[in-house]
Design a protein around this ligand. Structure first.
Ligand code: GTB
Length: 217
C-alpha cells in the first residue's frame, strides 16, 4: 500500500533535519518502506483539505490506504508496530522502548521547545534575559539524567529502537547550543544515530527538497 507523508515546502532550517517529517522519513527508511511526500506551504497547511487530516494544521501527516494519522509520535509507533526493525521482539523490552518514545516526546522535548519558543517569540520581553538561564537549566537537568542513564551504552535499552530514533531527533534540536556537548556520551549517542544509513538517506531526501527549490529559483 502506498504511504504518503506531508512535509514543509519551505522550512526555516532549509532541510537540516529539524522539521518533524524527518522523524517519519527516518523511521520509514529504517523499516525499508518507500513513501511519497506531499509538500505544503504554510497557507496550504491551514486549508480545509489539510485540516481534515491534521486538526492543528501542521506537518507531518501519514496516509496509508484508508488510514490517516497525525502526530509524529503516533506515526512512528504505527510504523514500528507494523514493521520489523524499530521495536524488540521481547514484549517487556518492547514496552520499555515505548516508554522511551514517550520520554523523548513528553519529558525531554518540552523544555527544549520552550527554549526555542522563548528565543523566537520573547526576545523583546523585559524578562527574557532573566528567564533564559532558567530554561537552559531545565534542559540541563534532563540531559544530566539522560546521560546518567545512557552511561557507556550504545542505545537506551539494548538495541536501537524507535525510542532512540525519537530521542536522537529531540536532542538534535539542541544543535548549535553546546548543551548536548556538555555530555560526551550524549553527543556520541546523537552521532551514532546520525551515522545510521537510514538516517542519512532520510536526511539527504529532506535536504534535497530545499536544494531542488534553490536550483529552480
Ligand atoms: N506534536 C506535533 C508532532 O509531533 O507531530 C507537532 C507538529 C509540529 O510542530 N509541526 C510543525 C508545523 O507544522 C513542523 S515541525 N508547524 C507549522 C505550524 O504550526 O503552523 C517543527 C519545526 C519546524 C521547523 C524547524 N526548523 O526549521 O528548525 C524546527 C521544528
Amino acid at each position: 500500500m502506498t504511504i504518503a507523508i506531508t512535509a514543509f515546502e519551505s522550512s526555516p532550517d532549509e532541510g537540516q533535519g529539524l522539521a518533524r517529517d524527518m522523524r517519519v522519513r527516518w523511521a520509514l527508511e529504517e523499516v525499508g518502506q518507500s513513501y511519497d511526500v506531499r509538500l505544503l506551504s504554510f497557507a496550504q497547511m491551514k486549508e480545509p483539505a489539510h485540516l481534515a487530516l491534521h486538526p492543528f494544521g501542521q506537518i507531518p501527516t501519514y496516509e496509508e490506504g484508508g488510514l490517516a494519522l497525525f502526530e509524529s509520535g503516533a506515526i512512528i509507533l504505527h510504523i514500528a508496530n507494523r514493521h520489523a526493525g524499530l521495536l524488540p521482539e521481547d514484549s517487556d523490552a518492547r514496552e520499555r522502548a515505548v516508554a522511551w518514545i514517550f520520554a523523548a516526546l513528553n519529558t525531554v522535548e518540552p523544555p527544549i521547545v520552550e527554549r526555542e519558543a522563548a528565543d523566537l517569540l520573547e526576545r523583546d520581553e523585559a524578562w527574557y534575559a532573566a528567564r533564559r538561564p532558567l530554561l537552559d537549566d531545565r534542559i540541563r537537568q534532563r540531559l544530566g539524567q539522560l546521560s546518567a542513564r545512557l552511561g557507556e551504552a550504545e542505545w537506551l535499552d539494548g538495541g536501537f529502537t524507535a525510542g532512540d530514533l525519537l530521542m536522537v531527533m529531540v536532542l538534535r534540536r539542541l544543535d548549535g547550543t553546546g548543551l548536548v556537548e556538555e555530555h560526551p556520551n550524549l553527543a556520541a549517542y546523537v552521532a551514532r544515530g546520525e551515522a545510521r544509513p537510514a538516517y542519512r538517506r532520510a536526511f539527504a531526501d529532506q535536504l534535497a527538497v530545499f536544494t531542488r527549490a534553490a536550483g529552480a529559483r
